[in-house]
Design a protein around this ligand. Sequence first.
Ligand SMILES: Cc1cc2nc3c(=O)[nH]c(=O)nc-3n(C[C@H](O)[C@H](O)[C@H](O)COP(=O)(O)OP(=O)(O)OC[C@H]3O[C@@H](n4cnc5c(N)ncnc54)[C@H](O)[C@@H]3O)c2cc1C
Length: 463
Amino acid sequence: MSKFDVIVLGSGPGGYVTAIRASQLGFKTAIVEKESLGGVCLNWGCIPTKALLKSAQVFEYLKHAEDYGLSAKDVDYDFGAVVKRSRGVAEGMSKGIQFLMKKNKIEVLNGYGKVQPGKKVLVKGEHGDTAEYSADHIIIATGARSRELPSLPQDGKKVIGYREAMSLEKQPKKMIVVGSGAIGIEFAYFYNSLGTEVTVVEYLPNIVPVEDEDVSKQLERSFKKAGVKIKTSAEVTKVDTSGDGVKATVKTSKGEEVLEADIVLSAVGIKTNIENIGLEDVGIAVDRDKILVNDYYQTNIPGYYAIGDVTPGQALAHVASAEGILCVEKIAGMHVEALDYGNIPGCTYCIPEVASVGLTEKQAKEQGYDIKIGKFPFSASGKAKASGNADGFVKVIFDAKYGEWLGCHMIGVGVTDMIAEAVVARKLETTGHEILKAVHPHPTMSEAVMEAVAAAYDEVIHI
Ligand SMILES: Cc1cc2nc3c(=O)[nH]c(=O)nc-3n(C[C@H](O)[C@H](O)[C@H](O)COP(=O)(O)OP(=O)(O)OC[C@H]3O[C@@H](n4cnc5c(N)ncnc54)[C@H](O)[C@@H]3O)c2cc1C
């Protein structure tokens, strides 16, 4: 039986990053993976969706070439080629992880892994062959899959999850997207841009419901302007797939209606991959679909750890990676600080993009803060105007008493690349006045952050 210092189960952005950091720290490391290296993020999540969204965005620009004094005649698209490009980008990224594993001398064990008592991992290969490995530290990073609602069982053809949604052979004419979190909204934008008639059904009163209400409302306006139909405080109670298409019964406060479509995309969250991976055999504690861990990702059983989507933090790639790094650094005896889950940025990559970190206005008020709010619209930004992307704004929330930057909320083109400023500033406990004294380059979209902060302190220049 081969013995390692660290075995990581699952090679998503949690697992592969953990393995690389473990190897950097001098641990003899192996990683177990049953599919392609890179997990959901590289193969079926973050990266292929961004490739699809880029095609949609370029198409939008071409359609509106005249706005820039240009002409682009007979602008068209090939749905198959758009999907093929996205799959190609994902494949390339996965190959990149193969290279990184080799470079860092990490042994890749292909197959289905199960943790076993006595700090062992059983790996079953594609052809049923099994091998047992042992390690001083076993890190579970098996991730998650699309969650199925009893009222919305997925058949992979007419009622689909995100994997099918990014690899359809034929573009649907009509699509219902159930759920308006980041995944649902990104697909709604993508398909609507290519001409599919899209209806978004959201159970809660606002789309992108975790975001600040002002952002949700602005996105709803932009989406409606682009032709997406939106039903909030609405629930799909049943689907009928017996005919040519799908009939979805949608319940709202006004009653029930039946919507017809070719395809229903269920984007109602995720279900963790914690079944049949040996947790019960080892006695690892689980609560409501998540593996229980402490601040250093140790489970209740010494020598077994869990990171990423299988644990209770936000289900995001950057969270999974940060947890994995922290976990192995702690194993290596380094002094580590627990992750601040209140300072994790969240992004949605539709157009306009949405990005945020920290408390929303509602949360800040509920938590009893006396707050100062500043808002700066991109319509007053020279760079946004010059780029033809003047929709959206930056909104900042400060604690009026001590000047703590409580939250930052943005909607507009490119804001997912701008939110890091607020993350760093909050990490360094920067006050609003320090942001104002940090000169921002002109003309950039990032000036809107400085101006929003200035607005909070009644010092705004350009509005
Ligand atoms: C459509 C979509 C878009 C997304 N976009 C973003 C985004 O833009 N930004 C962002 O931060 N997050 C995004 N996410 C979320 C992000 O993909 C996840 O948070 C992230 O992949 C979680 O990483 P992980 O390492 O915990 O698990 P995963 O990426 O799920 O990886 C787990 C790996 O473990 C393997 N595995 C599972 N069980 C076993 C087993 N028993 N044996 C061997 N291998 C096993 C799986 O095959 C998989 O490769 C998106 C998700 C989706 C679905």
